[in-house]
Design a protein around this ligand. Structure first.
Ligand SMILES: Cc1cc2nc3c(=O)[nH]c(=O)nc-3n(C[C@H](O)[C@H](O)[C@H](O)COP(=O)(O)O)c2cc1C
Length: 341
């Protein structure tokens, strides 16, 4: 139904407008119990994975950026995802970059985005998470946190700690996003010194926010454009700061081998052209660290085979974004069936 009916209609529209339309339609589709028709759901006990103390019903998650403001995590979970990552959220609401800022590259099965962390601010997300809860369902939620554009890098720690504190009791794990290409200079925070300072500051707060003193897993999301030396630094940093894992990868600034008219738009490239490099990063991290921390693999997964490749390279869980736009919810089921098999 998605690929034959919905996608041709949505792909006629401007990419961001199509995204907003889907967002507005999904609650209604859910109320009418139409989510099942989209064919994403597949339950099988064999798919459960326990990682950093969390039991995921299946290893296929929705990557950050789709549900930035925690509006639809329950509906998206009903489509079949094993976990939903909300955000990136920043302390204060911000509009993001000027439109248009999201582009389809159909011939390349890709997207370029320069959204720029448009979000309503962390408090709005917290209010929604409080009000909507989880309906007693097992919806695993990750909180992806960032800094406001106006915050200089030497004050970035304050922004991350603010979001961490605010979200602490409402998400299951945290993701520190220092890898978006669309906030000026953000990626400089991936260098060893500022990154150590940031992660140590979060670890310092970890557990102090909860009445039971329970700490939450912290993962670091990295860019696919890091060099091998920088990746080796990341391995040291994970071990020294004792964070729980890495999400590899965010979008790329590379434009190799593209054919579509939109290929020269600035921003981060996602989808099929990213697949190989994201898998290389996962394999490098897994091999060089002797699998000493879990990796969530993301980048260009458009088929069950792509997902299996990421798992074989060393990922424990995977996430989708662009593949979900191109293939629809059926992709979640296809991957889960193949993994179970
Ligand atoms: C429109 C769009 C917005 C995104 N926003 C975020 C974000 O806010 N935070 C983040 O960590 N990643 C964000 N991402 C990156 C995705 O989470 C993912 O890492 C990347 O797109 C690679 O996966 P894919 O090839 O399956 O899309 C965004 C991606 C897209 C396409």
């Amino acid at each position: 139904m998605y690929k034959n009916i919905l996608r041709p209609l949505l792909f006629q529209m401007d990419a961001e407008k199509a995204h907003n339309l889907v967002f507005n339609m999904l609650p209604l589709a859910n109320k009418l119990k139409l989510a099942g028709l989209l064919g994403g759901k597949y339950r099988n006990k064999k798919l459960e994975r326990t990682l950093f103390g969390i039991t995921f019903p299946n290893p296929v998650g929705l990557a950050a950026g789709f549900d930035k403001d925690a509006r639809l995590y329950k509906e998206l979970s009903d489509l079949g995802f094993g976990f939903i990552e909300i955000g990136t959220v920043t302390p204060r609401a911000q509009a993001g970059n000027e439109k248009p800022r999201l582009f389809r590259l159909k011939e390349d099965s890709a997207l370029i985005n320069r959204m720029g962390f448009n979000n309503e601010g962390v408090e709005a997300a917290v209010e929604r998470l409080k009000a909507n809860g989880r309906n007693g369902k097992r919806v695993i939620i990750g909180g992806n946190i960032g800094k406001n554009k106006a915050t200089p890098n030497d004050k970035a720690v304050d922004d991350y700690v603010f979001c961490f504190d605010a979200l602490y009791n409402y998400v299951d794990y945290f993701v520190v996003n220092v890898s978006s290409p669309n906030t000026p200079n953000l990626r400089e925070l991936q260098e060893k010194e500022p990154l150590m300072a940031l992660l140590n500051a979060l670890q310092e707060r970890n557990g102090k926010n909860s009445e039971e003193g329970k700490r939450k897993p912290i993962l670091l999301k990295i860019a696919p454009d890091l060099s091998n030396d920088q990746l080796l630094d990341i391995i040291d940093i994970v071990s020294e700061t004792k964070i729980d894992g890495v999400i590899a990868t965010n979008t790329t600034i590379s434009r190799d081998g593209l054919e579509s008219a939109n290929k020269n738009e600035s921003g981060g490239l996602s989808g099929k052209p990213l697949c190989k490099r994201a898998t290389e990063v996962i394999r490098f991290l897994a091999e060089k660290s002797n699998k000493s921390f879990p990796i969530i693999g993301v980048g260009g997964i458009h088929s069950a085979e792509d997902a299996l490749e990421k798992l074989e390279a060393g990922a424990s869980l995977i996430q989708l974004y662009t593949g979900f736009i191109y293939e629809g919810p059926g992709l979640i089921r296809e991957i889960n069936e193949k993994i179970a098999e």
